[in-house]
Design a protein around this ligand. Structure first.
Ligand code: HEM
Length: 382
């Protein structure tokens, strides 16, 4: 329990830490990886190099600290990050390490301005925030383990099929090496894939949405080639049938609801992947639920799954689909009636534009479901 005094200190100093965010984060990661190089197996070191992910973790701590006396209000976001942490293999014992390095970095950057009472208030606050995450993650590990065919850590899988879906997207079918089944999952969830690339010291972990409904004996992911020297390029160019990689159990809370309301699935680019799982799942389990599938791609060459979507839509009692090349300009007649659910996934600018447009067209916010791809936004921004 935090004292009122410490709550006040933390709340009043959070904006100062946020303003020095980049400096603190840079020092934090540098020291963290010097003292604990083994954590480079978990963190995305390409993102570190590009600096994109740099501030997400620390910003989330500051944002949580500003809500320290009402942490329950940010619980949905803690859960969302908790899913990601669980899928990466983050453990309770990692929290004190991160906490210690964050405090050290704050002290190093702020110097004398970071008085003992400020540091001690932040240590208390970090402890409370970490406990909230640890509690959520413990529950998620338990759920993953207790499910039929479930597992809590990474497990070896074999590539059983590789299908080129477009000029830039290839699907990989992954089967458990032990010949067992894969656990059930909700449409929209993702898995983490851990790869050891020959010649590289640290493993790489990446998240990919599952791009089909649940099938008992395989996971399907569909990966966009991002550029030379990236993990996705390695998957496209080097990973072949029979190769082994490690996979963690499905995670994520951007999932298809079970209601019977009309469903509008809107995606841009590789954001189509969770929508494929949602479409197939709705097609299989809720054949009379109206579904409208709307997708925007740069051009036909990079567009995957057109045939697969059309086949499913034709088999659906009330289905329709439209494919757009270039910018998506949603019109009123593409909306379904009151109470419809809209699921949106794609690059950040695409999503922002679509969400804005849906709101402008009068769709209630609680009917718009979305997930940002790539490094997550900080707590305050979600
Ligand atoms: C990602 C917050 C502790 C490892 C993230 C993200 C946030 C966050 C906001 C981005 C989520 C996304 O991309 O969707 C926090 C907070 C923590 C905490 C507030 C403490 C209270 C930890 C710990 C570890 C860890 C203890 C393990 C050592 C990671 C990793 C990622 C991540 C590996 C993925 C991004 C990357 O690879 O750089 N965390 N985190 N986090 N977190 Fe945490």
């Amino acid at each position: 329990m935090l004292s009122q005094k410490n709550i006040e200190i933390v709340k009043s100093t959070a904006p100062i830490l946020e303003a020095r965010g980049i400096d603190i984060t840079t020092v934090f990661y540098k020291n963290l990886f010097t003292d604990h190089p083994e954590l480079l197996h978990i963190f995305n070191h390409s993102n570190q190099k590009q600096g994109r992910q740099q501030t997400a973790l620390a910003n989330a701590v500051y944002a949580a600290a500003q809500n320290i006396d009402q942490l329950h209000t940010i619980l949905p976001v803690v859960k969302q990050i908790g899913h990601k942490h669980r899928s990466l293999g983050v453990r309770a014992e990692h929290y004190p390490i991160v906490g210690e390095h964050l405090l050290r970095a704050i002290k190093e950057v702020l110097g004398d301005a970071a008085t003992d009472s400020i540091i001690s208030a932040w240590a208390d606050a970090y402890g409370v925030i970490a406990d909230a995450f640890i509690g959520v993650e413990k529950e998620l590990y338990k759920q993953a383990r207790s499910q039929k065919a479930g597992f809590a850590d990474f497990k070896p899988f074999i590539v059983s099929k590789k299908v080129k879906e477009s000029d830039v997207i290839t699907s990989f079918y992954l089967e458990p090496e032990d010949g067992g089944d894969v656990p059930e999952y909700d449409a929209g969830q993702y898995i983490s894939v851990r790869l050891n690339i020959p010649g590289e010291t640290y493993s790489h972990i990446r998240q990919y949405s599952l791009s089909s409904a649940h099938h008992p004996n395989f996971f399907r992911i569909s990966v966009k080639r991002e550029g030379k020297g990236t993990v996705s390029a390695y998957l496209h160019d080097h990973l072949k049938l029979g190769d082994r990689l490690e996979v963690s159990a499905p995670a994520g809370d951007f999932v298809l609801n079970q209601e019977t309301t009309p469903l509008v699935l809107i995606s841009g680019g590789v954001g189509i992947t969770p929508m494929m799982s949602m479409l197939e799942t709705a097609y299989r389990n809720q054949p009379s639920r109206p579904v409208s599938f709307i997708h925007a791609s740069r051009n036909e060459a990079v567009l995957p799954f057109k045939g697969e979507v059309k086949r499913m839509i034709q088999g659906h009692d009330e289905g329709k689909c439209s494919f757009v090349y270039g910018t998506l300009a949603l019109s009123e007649d593409q909306l379904e009636g009151d109470g419809s659910d809209y699921y949106v996934c794609g690059p950040v600018p695409f999503m922002k534009a679509v969400i804005e447009r849906l709101k402008h067209l009068g769709v209630p916010v609680d009917r718009i479901h979305y997930e940002f791809f790539g490094p997550g936004l900080d707590l305050a921004g979600v």
